[in-house]
Design a protein around this ligand. Structure first.
Ligand code: NAP
Length: 314
């Protein structure tokens, strides 16, 4: 069993983790940056980012490539691992450490501080037929699976920025995209709403929720209920893309730090959680605006605060 000792462990290499790594390196901290998938987080699956300052229109993948390349100029590399199974606080005299057990491994990190930049994962609807048909017509990634639905009818569930953005993306392939939303107003930002209203291929289904997915080998239909009238209808669809929000990947520290009602990690302005030494940045933390630009900024603040924390300045 190997023990890896570091001053700082950054968990997750999306915009928040990479932003933190850049600032940690500039502060000459002894740290590792670990990621269980490929660097990038959710934005790898985003066709275009149009609101990161300095980049008018950049693919999510290309923006992340630039972030990683920038970190590499400072010799920061992303270590692949299987995830963190658990985190424990250890007290040795006056010193505090965190023991982070690596999943599927005997190895663990013993660190003085950590930044949770582990992002968020898509929520599911929890309706009948859903689990059975995931990967057989039900998807959470239009960028990955959209091209499979050329000239087919698909539906997007949700009314936020992600749902509308992905519905617009799917119009490249599908002949019709139902956008099914439980209210009579979209939550998405105005510019996206306008694009959706103007797009002839998008058919908005207001005040409606999915009750059931149907299909033997693959998705064929779904039962949709109008929440005002209570009436249900069965709609033929080849694909469904669910975008009904995200849940925080806060599991490994859930017993150590304060979470909000949605499971997101509460932090102060320094990105410090309720447990001194544990910081959080990006989509995993409780915040008002989840964007690439705010995630990268959170990472910068967290790493700078940890530098001060380790030097006893805060
Ligand atoms: P979100 O803003 O939480 O929206 C989730 C949507 O799903 C809402 O419209 C919600 O309806 C609906 N919903 C939730 N639970 C549902 C259920 N059980 N059944 C049916 N509908 C349900 O999530 P998001 O759109 O993924 O966005 C997450 C964050 O990322 C936001 O902060 C967003 O601004 C950001 N983001 C930004 C961009 C961009 O800047 N281009 C792109 C993507 C995401 P209600 O509206 O009725 O609550």
């Amino acid at each position: 069993m190997a023990e890896i000792k570091k001053d700082l462990l950054i968990i997750g290499a999306g915009p928040a983790g990479l932003g933190a790594a850049l600032y940690a390196k500039r502060s000459d901290l002894d740290f590792d940056l670990v990621e269980k998938q490929m660097a990038g987080g959710q934005i790898i699956n985003t066709e275009f980012i149009e609101n990161y300052l300095g980049f008018e229109k950049e693919s999510g993948f290309s923006l992340i490539e630039k972030f990683v390349a920038h970190c590499q100029t400072l010799d920061v590399s992303v270590k692949q691992y299987c995830g963190i199974a658990s985190v424990q606080e250890i007290k040795e005299g006056k010193d505090r450490f965190f023991s982070c057990q690596i999943s599927e491994s005997e190895d663990h990190y013993k660190v003085r501080s950590m930044i949770l930049a582990s992002g968020a994962s898509p929520k599911m609807l929890g309706v009948e037929g859903e689990k059975r048909l995931i990967g057989k017509g039900i998807s959470f990634c239009a960028t990955c699976d959209g091209a499979l639905y050329r000239d087919k009818v698909v539906a997007v569930i949700g009314g936020g920025d992600t749902a509308v953005e992905e519905a617009l993306f799917l119009t490249k392939f599908a002949k019709k995209v139902y956008l099914i939303h439980r209210r009579d107003q979209l939550r998405a930002v105005k510019i996206l709403q306008e694009r959706a209203f103007e797009n002839q291929k998008i058919d908005l289904v207001w005040n409606s929720v999915v009750e059931q997915f149907l299909g033997k080998e693959k998705l064929e239909q779904m039962v949709v209920k109008n929440v005002n009238s209570g009436r249900t209808k069965t709609m033929d669809v080849s694909g469904v893309f669910e975008y009904v929000g995200f849940r925080a990947n806060s599991g490994p520290v859930k017993d150590l730090v304060k979470l909000d009602d949605g499971g997101f990690i509460a932090t102060d302005g320094h990105m410090q959680t309720s447990c001194p030494g544990i910081y959080a940045a990006g989509d995993v933390r409780s915040k008002a605006l989840r964007q690439v630009i705010t995630a990268a900024a959170d990472g910068a603040v967290a790493a700078t605060s940890i530098d001060k924390h380790l030097r006893g300045l805060i």
